[in-house]
Design a protein around this ligand. Structure first.
Ligand code: PTJ
Length: 249
């Protein structure tokens, strides 16, 4: 479908087309399109821009990634379709491993996703050899790599379904999330959640990484002052304010 750049929702329509194409190719799960719609709805309520609360969380995520000993960024179908290159660049900038981890599991889909990410350049992508199981997860998302998620101290899980954040916390990992729904289990369970659209959040995190790279003292101050629950409350309040200001009748 040709989308005119003059259309008021041009960006959203182009992204939907891409998601739909990548769903046909098996990169995005079919229900990934539904997850995307839920994200769009929350983004509408948030005002389709990075809020001050999200910016603050993105700074905390950058600080956590830079302080980590063995960080891992996990990528699923939606994250790959929306933001592969930015996530891969972020991983190289913070020295994180990248691991494909999917909810709608099949060995073919896993292979497709790893191969898709490999087309973006010379990045090592983990996921083909899932040789460990993360306890406390009732789905195939439990399958992971021993040298990746399983042994990581800090894991960034963009755009997730709920059970993995909790499972990662139970085994003592620091969990960082990007999720437009401030009420989701992932958002609430994580140590730092950017309630922001992934294509805005990741460039902001990369910028914060540049700003904090040579300032360990500041990074540690940001981490010790950051309170995820109160940051999520700010996002909820932002939605409430937007709704009360937009009375139609
Ligand atoms: O590729 P797979 O098989 O691992 O499946 C991936 C999906 C996303 C389908 C799976 O993880 C899933 O079902 O996720 P949920 O439970 O729908 O949760 C996705 C969360 O991401 C929801 O809270 C959405 O609001 C949020 N979300 C959706 N689109 C975006 C988003 N957050 C940030 N940016 C987005 N573009």
């Amino acid at each position: 479908m040709d989308v005119s750049p003059d259309h008021p929702r041009y960006k959203s329509l182009v992204i939907r087309e891409k998601m739909s194409e990548l769903s046909d190719k098996g990169i995005v799960a079919r229900t990934g399109l539904i997850a995307h719609g839920r994200g769009e709805a929350f983004d509408y309520l948030i005002g389709e821009k990075t809020t001050p609360a999200a910016k603050h969380a993105e700074e905390a995520i950058a600080a956590y990634l830079l302080e980590a000993q063995n960080p891992v960024i996990t990528i699923n179908g939606n994250a790959a379709a929306l933001c592969a290159e930015e996530l891969l660049n972020l991983a190289s900038e913070v020295g994180a491993k990248v691991e494909v981890n999917i909810f709608h599991w099949s060995s073919e889909r896993l292979e497709k996703l790893v191969s898709y990410l490999e087309t973006f350049g010379n990045f090592e992508i983990l996921g083909r050899n899932q040789n460990a199981i993360l306890e406390n997860i009732a789905s195939d998302r439990a399958r992971c790599c021993r040298e990746g998620i399983y042994s990581a101290d800090v894991v960034l899980i963009p755009l997730e379904d709920g059970d993995r954040a909790k499972a990662l916390k139970i085994v003592g990992k620091t969990v960082l999330a990007i999720d437009l729904n401030p009420l989701s289990r992932t958002s609430v369970e994580s140590d730092a959640t950017a309630v922001d659209e992934i294509t805005r959040a990741v460039p902001n995190i990369r910028q914060a990484v540049k700003d904090l790279k040579d300032d360990q003292k500041r990074r540690r101050e940001i981490i010790s002052a950051f309170d995820n629950r109160s940051n999520l409350n700010e996002s909820v309040n932002c939605i409430k304010d937007n709704l009360t200001q937009q009375q139609i009748f």
